[in-house]
Design a protein around this ligand. Sequence first.
Ligand SMILES: O=C[C@H](O)COP(=O)(O)O
Length: 256
Amino acid sequence: MWVIANWKMNGNRALCEQLAEALRSRQDDLQSVRIAVCPPAVLLPQWQQVAGYDDIVLGAQDVNEHGSGAHTGEHSLQLLNETGVSLVLIGHSERRSYYGDSPRVAAKLATVLKQSAPAMTAVLCVGESAAERSAETTFVVIEAQLTEALSELPLATVEQWASRLIIAYEPVWAIGTGVTASPEQAQEVHQFIRSWLTAKLQATGTKIPLLYGGSVNAENASALFAEADIDGGLIGGASLDPQAFVDICSAATRSE
Ligand SMILES: O=C[C@H](O)COP(=O)(O)O
């Protein structure tokens, strides 16, 4: 099980210390869960300082697909690596809708997964809007996003890159709304993604962790994590509350 905190454009230095301390106080109970925290980029060094010696994966919320150069405000894979980052979110719905990221998702994913050393894990985010769900095009949308995202990765070397790929299903209508997909709704899409991955990548597709994101909290996490194809969660708002986030991580241990 994976539990990943995405602070988005929230948090501060004090929250780094508070969340690190909350996780540390329960680390013996949380051994079986892979935990990652993605703070805003400017807080990455603070996370390194307060939690770098713990077994918490340091994550970034985005990466630029270019190696270096005149890309004001962006962060390359190398810069993130040097800051201690070993996991990066790609194609989050907020990046897609507010910053036009969808056409860059395939290049970003290829940039991250083609580099094997130092190894970086990519969390590819996919999900349908409320209108797309109402129009019963959820599976069409998800399939198109997956197809496009993986289009620059060679199948011939799938064993080399797929072990560093995680997919997060985040229905846009559930993000930050307090309306969570029911466990059955989430499982239905996760099962679809699992089938798609297995058809495309054969046995390798069965090993890619599938996370659910969208208004996960300490109360609903257990039921979601109990579903067969849900391998953890990508947590936004609740990750800003150290106790709630630790409780979600604890729910993941009970679903192992
Ligand atoms: O990356 C996290 C997701 O967008 C979920 O956010 P949320 O838990 O605030 O709904």
